[in-house]
Write a protein that binds this ligand. Structure first.
Ligand code: HEC
Length: 198
């Protein structure tokens, strides 16, 4: 009896010993899916199955190179939680006329806009929007002000400011990659707040 108990323990431990996986899986069926996951090696892309290595058994091109489980996304696929921006850089007037600020102008939105503005815009456009940030003297052209009496952006729609911030123009690069759309709208609110200050 004693030995069979020991044998059972030893057997269980050996059974569970899988060097490259988490130990002690009792029911493996649902834990290790046979489907190839994005970060895994794709075993269907071996010499045995294919020549050329570039496609898996599903015939889709592998994005990460030979033997990679990652597939090239189908054309038009967009990442989750990501809305494609539908205006080209030159469409500023169209974007300005069509886009509306979806973020309500709340105290939180303004605080968030201030925070983002001071990180991303203040270095050039100045913390109070006078176009006098610390980087400005090093710039080859004058950085426009937002809050001076003659600042052109006073006449701009929210959408136009949003568009310029998104796609950039001339000497200013777009900030689509750095700042989430909702945060860009809060920055627009904050620029308006700077413009309202005396
Ligand atoms: C590295 C410096 C720099 C930073 C940072 C920067 N800008 Fe600019 N911005 C410029 C320059 C330079 C121009 C003028 C571009 C041109 O026409 O060539 C400009 C132009 C603009 C304009 C057009 C203003 C007008 O009167 O025509 C807007 C709006 C604007 N920026 C918004 C922003 C916002 C919002 C941010 C932060 C997300 C930002 N910029 C960050 C340098 C910068």
């Amino acid at each position: 009896m004693k030995y069979s108990a020991i044998a059972l323990i030893v057997f269980s431990l050996l059974y569970c010993y899988r060097p490259r996986e988490t130990r002690l899986h009792w029911l493996l069926d649902m834990q290790d899916s046979h489907a190839v996951e994005a970060q895994e090696e794709d075993y269907t892309q071996t010499e045995v199955f294919r020549e050329g290595y570039t496609r898996g058994a599903d015939e889709l091109p592998a994005w990460g190179g030979d033997h990679s489980g990652i597939r090239v996304p189908p054309e038009g696929a967009t990442p989750r939680n990501y809305a494609p921006y539908r205006y080209a850089q030159a469409d500023i007037e169209k974007a300005g006329a069509e886009l509306r600020n979806p973020v309500p102008r709340t105290a939180e939105a303004l605080a968030r806009g201030k925070d983002r503005y001071e990180i991303y815009c203040g270095v050039c456009h100045g913390l109070t929007g006078k176009g006098d940030g610390p980087v400005t003297p090093r710039y080859s052209i004058a950085v426009p002000a937002f809050s001076t009496a003659d600042a052109p952006t006073r006449e701009w729609s929210d959408g136009k400011i949003f568009h310029l911030m998104t796609t950039g123009r001339g000497a200013m690069k777009g900030y689509a990659a750095q700042i989430e759309p909702a945060d860009r709208w809060t920055i627009v609110h904050y620029i308006r707040a700077l413009q309202a200050q005396k």
